[in-house]
Write a protein that binds this ligand. Sequence first.
Ligand code: SIN
Ligand code: FE2
Length: 217
Amino acid sequence: MNYSLFDDASDMQPWIEPICEGALILRHFSVSDEIALLDGIQQILSKHPFRQMRTPNGHRMSVAMTCCGEVGWVSDSNGYRYSAYDPENGEHWPAMPDSFYLLAVQAAQEAGFPDFKPDSCLINQYQARSHLSLHQDKDEKNLGAPIVSFSLGIPATFLFGGMQRTDAIQRYHLAHGDVVVWGGPARLRYHGVAPIKEAAHPLLGTQRINLTFREAI
Ligand code: SIN
Ligand code: FE2
């Protein structure tokens, strides 16, 4: 992948936008692989459709989720955890498609994390007004591995805070094809997604899909 110094939306050249030490955005990274990603998502959804999970305190999340990989992230009245099985049907989560794995590893490499070996991919579906409250990703065993997060479809405002929930928040516009990577000293930074604005994308329609790759177990 060749990086240019400037954002050139006309030809979707990838470029890197730093956030802080350990965190950056790979702009336009996955645009050329969008069809492979969408095919993979469709296959996963055929057996493991999006569902709105409940938080441990009983609230239904506005983001709908499904998973692939050795384990998937699940939430219910018993708490947040990784499970090898889809609680909706008791079946093992589907394997992570090779194309997903290779793209996630490549993105981590570009971001300076050459040893990333994701075993879990959470697939988040946002509709207009869906949001994700500020949180830390800390249910994973290997906190030395980064989080690699792909955006597809309609845009979002990504909220990136500090190590405390009350720290100042930076806001980043995330478009189709952008990938955020955070690890090292940034691995436990609070982050979230502001309420999604109504929009339409030529391939994905009125939704945003986010793929979050992690070394979970
Ligand atoms: C997450 O934090 O799990 C998802 C972030 C996103 O949707 O961009
Ligand atoms: Fe997260």
